[in-house]
Design a protein around this ligand. Structure first.
Ligand SMILES: Nc1nc2c(c(=O)[nH]1)N[C@H]1C(S)=C(S)[C@@H](COP(=O)(O)O)O[C@H]1N2
Ligand SMILES: [Mo]
Length: 325
């Protein structure tokens, strides 16, 4: 169950493939799974085979750079990733976002970047898609509700995006905000959360190489229910930190407010690092259900920092993780 991750700096130029080559290789690998079995490559083969393009309903993202960011587990099927969602702006049932998010208009889409930085401004989704190298990042997503999946994201390291706005030394945190538009997001007419949905990270968390701004999954642009046109992905934290459909990013001096933390600070901490040793007040966090594994599959053990401890534990050296949960 160990998650082996190569550092981004280990990427070889030969791994930067064109999208068509990427799709070709996927097809080849899919056909070749059985041939790989028994060569010690079976697990990797299975993971690779699962990563084809989505069903082709959405625009393909060109020139995706492959990276070594991939867990050993099988990738969750597109069908599950796009029909079992949390996106309360479109309803609180897992199937609501898939049914209701189609109405969201994601073009044009502008993100305002402001606060403690030298060059505040705006950036459009088209510029993020064309002006930054798009990387494949296969990450586990562990929801605080004790379920988990493995998602083949496409996106841009958050650090690369933030750099462009030149944060100053006063920027100790980064705050994120989702679109506020009850016309398009009917769930916002119900006060289940303090709208707009907001989240925040410490600046060192935000600029950690694992932190990603996702623009797509399975090689295509994000389906609306997964947070189109761009959302945060912080794989070592509970899923609710990975805020969807972002319209504002602000550099701040003080810890920013976050929707779930504001709604119930006892249950949802600001840090919310995945931690099997700190239970949610109403349920255990020691195990999780694997989405798509089938009705009779057993639960899986939850790992500290969702299996990314080698990469991120240093960020919290000396901190009492029961207090800062
Ligand atoms: N704006 C917004 N972002 C959100 C949520 C939400 O309700 N609204 N739900 C969060 C939760 S609880 C989880 S588990 C993940 C789910 O992401 P997915 O639907 O792509 O799997 O999105 C997070 N981001
Ligand atoms: Mo979640």
């Amino acid at each position: 169950m160990l998650i082996k991750i190569r550092k981004a700096s280990d990427i070889r130029p030969s791994e930067i493939t064109s999208h068509s080559a990427y799709l070709e290789r996927r097809r080849f690998l899919k056909a070749g799974v059985s041939a790989f079995a028994g060569l010690g490559l079976a697990r990797a083969g299975i993971a690779e085979a699962a990563i084809q393009r989505g069903p082709g309903k959405l625009e393909a993202i060109p020139d995706i750079r492959e990276t070594g960011y991939r867990p050993e587990e099988s990738v969750t099927e597109y069908e599950h990733i796009t029909t079992y969602n949390n996106f309360y702006e479109f309803g609180t049932d897992k199937s609501d976002p898939h049914r209701n998010a189609g109405k969201l208009n994601t073009r044009p889409w502008t993100i305002v970047v402001d606060g403690e930085c030298e060059e505040p401004g705006e950036i459009g989704i088209e510029e993020i898609l064309s002006g930054f190298a798009q990387e494949e990042r296969i990450y586990r997503l562990r929801c605080v509700e004790a379920w988990s999946m493995v998602v083949p994201w496409v996106g841009v390291p958050l650090a690369d995006l933030l750099k462009r706005f030149k944060p100053t030394s006063s920027a100790r945190y980064v705050a994120f905000e989702t679109l506020l538009d009850p016309k398009q997001m009917p769930g916002q007419r119900v006060p289940v959360l303090p709208w707009p949905y907001r989240e925040g990270l410490r600046i060192d968390e935000a600029t950690h190489p694992l932190s990603l701004i996702a623009t797509g999954l399975y090689g295509e642009v994000l389906p609306n229910q997964n947070g189109a046109p761009l959302r945060l992905v912080v794989p070592w934290k509970y899923g609710f930190k990975s805020i969807k459909s972002i319209v504002r990013i602000s550099f701040t001096r003080d810890e920013p407010e976050a929707a779930w933390n504001k709604q119930n600070p006892r249950e949802y901490g600001f840090y919310s690092n995945v931690n099997p040793d700190v239970d949610h007040p109403r349920w255990s966090q020691k195990y999780h259900r694997v989405i798509g594994a089938g009705l009779f599959a057993g639960k899986e053990k939850t790992l500290p920092f969702n299996g990314y401890a080698d990469e991120v534990a240093d960020l919290y050296a000396g901190m009492d993780l029961r207090k800062y949960f």
